[in-house]
Ligand binder design. Sequence first.
Ligand code: NAP
Length: 290
Amino acid sequence: MKKIGFIGLGIMGAAMAGHLLDAGFDVSVYNRTKSKADDLVSRGAKWCGSPGACAEGQDVVITIVGYPKDVEQVYFGEDGILARAWAGAYVVDMTTSSPILAERIYAAAKEKGIFAVDAPVTGGDTGARNATLSILVGGDAEAFEALQPVFLAMGKNIVHVGAAGAGQKTKACNQIAIAGALAGVCEAFAYAKASGLDIGKVYEAISQGAAGSFQMNGVAKKGLDGDFRPGFMLKHFGKDLAIATETGTAYGAALPVLGMVLHEVRKMEHGGKGNEGTQALLKYYGVAEP
Ligand code: NAP
């Protein structure tokens, strides 16, 4: 397992593909905006002109694009991955996408003798840069085992959670937990502001105790410091919460907090904040200036 095609070179993918190069894999790359491949190409990656060209002849094809519609396009499009990947190859979708689409890719790949797994990640842009991602894998156990060297170049906590689609379902659980945690942190600082407290002092006082969390100390702190550049974009958070809502409703789960936070995130997106980081939810709560 030497040759890897890597598709999607954004905040996450560029760093992850870089780790595969550093680990000695022979990496080919494709991205919608070509210039995002420049750095990787200067480090030895080969540029390919389409998803299909990037998939042909590879041992492994990795995708981490934006939305389910992008996943659909790169896998099922005319010059897509499933049209050109060779039998025996492994295709690994690391995008946060729909479990139903993951099951569709698995079935279509199987018909062609291709092994498909869904392997979304958590750990944010920091985890991608430091190769410390958690990787949530759905698919066949044999494929999970075979892909270990590839996963280990990008992540640390690599868990086989079940059959095809289980990785995406687990990622939905992760995003549901984040939604409540982030909204709770924003609400705490809204209370601080409304009651006349100094927000910086409140952060200092409560961030090291039982209320401290990645959402408070790693995400909201950036916003309190006036930095709204994205580690994780609000528009992708909205996409994830919508997937969790749609599928969760179909599975019969009760998700009241998720519904509230999805509404808040959608309002922020409609207000033009979709490309800001998730810490911009502080603006919804009036903690930060719009
Ligand atoms: P991003 O910066 O927008 O990266 C996505 C990349 O995919 C972009 O470079 C985009 O091209 C490319 N792309 C989209 N559709 C494509 C297509 N049809 N063909 C070729 N390339 C295509 O987003 P990101 O933050 O890296 O996130 C990527 C995925 O990981 C999302 O599903 C997100 O929810 C998930 N995720 C993100 C984080 C995080 O902290 N950032 C953490 C965990 C999971 P362009 O350059 O042309 O836009």
